[in-house]
Design a protein around this ligand. Structure first.
Ligand code: NAP
Ligand code: G4F
Length: 343
């Protein structure tokens, strides 16, 4: 049985990747952060009582800011594959918390690479790199496009990207960068723009809210469907040799167009409900991302099948359903006291 270690297992991608690997028969070890409230809603459906014989998902406390713990986990788990998905992943927040973002998203990756090396465990390593690294460089972007990051998050991801390549070149580690363009799902964090929009659409449709406040509607993104990208991550670690790959749909639309699709799917006129709030603007913006995924298609046989308009429909349907049926807390819990509402 192959063993995988996933950091960021409680996040959107971590939950889909854990599902995929469990379905493939892996033993999956996820690193979770200690929090004063439960933070495992996205993986609760995968978790079994550890006393059960057939439990193949194991959770361990740990943090990318704690290097000693990472070495200990590597030695204890002895994984065949390591997926580093943990990060402070919100671009706007990285302007508020640049040092924290650098410490987790950048240096945290170096700590994990060093833990892999120091433990002496023979394994393959995946780094969650980002199209945000391309920043101001115009589309289409592929593996040879120069980086020009436009946020502390993007800067930290460039550091982690080069750390991964350096460990491949210096120590012969099977280490790969997946340069993933935006990918979304009903499990997407509520403050990323797609989910913020689809969640607002559901609440407006249900009469719970009247408006949603957004920033720059002109930004263009290459939005794909997250479960397909988890498959791509896995394929990168099954390749004959380590290399870096872009995963993207190859198409792109603006925030405004995504919003129009989402509102129209629910039979709503967005102009009656969307308002502007400048606090959602960024000090420096990434205007346009559109990936060229031909290398992944050619060498890994990977291809996205869900485009941004279809994605908007999937996400609206899920958010509408979540309001109708209780018991899916990773989608929405408007019934909880203190729920912060549209942010
Ligand atoms: P996400 O939903 O924000 O999940 C981030 C995960 O990292 C969560 O499990 C979080 O734990 C964990 N984490 C944060 N700080 C940590 C720390 N100091 N130590 C250990 N764990 C920590 O992000 P995602 O969308 O799944 O993305 C996964 C990875 O891909 C991230 O590295 C992201 O930057 C990168 N990426 C994402 C996209 C995209 O479009 N989704 C595109 C390119 C790259 P808590 O649950 O406790 O907060
Ligand atoms: O949904 P976003 O916050 O995603 P962003 O900044 O593209 O970053 C995501 O994708 C990256 C890959 O390229 C990942 F690496 C990163 O971890 C994250 O998953 O914003 C998308 C666009 C931006 O241009 C933003 O300015 O939407 C614009 N926007 C307009 N109004 C808004 C809002 N973004 C947010 N979050 N909230 C708004 O109200």
């Amino acid at each position: 049985m192959r063993r995988a270690l996933i950091t960021g297992v409680t996040g959107q991608d971590g939950s889909y990747l854990a599902e995929l690997l469990l379905a493939k028969g892996y033993e999956v070890h996820g690193v979770i952060r200690r929090a004063s409230t439960f933070n495992t809603a996205r993986i609760d459906h995968l978790y079994r009582d550890p006393h059960e014989d057939d439990s193949r998902l194991h959770l361990h406390y740990g943090d990318l800011t704690d290097g000693v713990r990472l070495v200990q986990l590597m030695r204890q788990i002895d994984p065949d594959e390591v997926y580093n998905l943990a990060a402070q992943s919100h671009v706007r927040v990285s302007f508020d918390e640049p040092e924290h973002t650098g410490n987790t998203t950048g240096l945290g990756s170096m700590r994990l690479l060093e833990a892999v090396r120091m433990s002496g465990v023979e394994c393959r390593y995946y780094q969650a790199s980002s199209s945000e690294m391309f920043g101001a460089t115009p589309p289409p972007q592929d593996e040879s496009t120069p980086f020009h990051p436009r946020s502390p998050y993007g800067v930290a991801k460039v550091y982690a990207y080069w750390a991964t390549r350096n460990y491949r070149e210096a120590y012969g580690l099977f280490a790969v960068n997946g340069i993933l363009f935006n990918h979304e799902s009903p499990r997407r964090g509520e403050t990323f723009v797609t989910r913020k929009i689809t969640r607002a659409v559901a609440r407006i449709k249900a009469g719970l809210d009247e408006h949603v406040y957004l920033g720059n509607l002109d930004a263009v993104r290459d939005w794909g469907y997250a479960p397909e990208y988890a498959e791509g991550m896995w394929r990168m670690l099954q390749a004959d040799a380590p290399d870096d790959y872009v995963l993207a749909t190859g198409g792109a639309i603006s925030v405004r167009e995504f919003m129009e699709s989402a509102f129209a799917h629910a039979g709503l006129d967005w102009e009656a409900h969307v308002r502007f709030d400048e606090r959602y603007l960024r000090p420096s913006e990434v205007d346009a991302l559109r990936g060229d995924p031909s290398k992944a298609e050619r060498e890994l046989g990977w291809k996205a099948t869900v485009d941004a308009s279809r994605l908007a429909e999937i996400m609206v349907d899920a958010d509408v359903e979540a309001l109708t049926h209780e018991g899916r807390p990773w989608i929405d819990r408007p019934d909880l006291p203190g729920w912060p509402g549209a942010r």
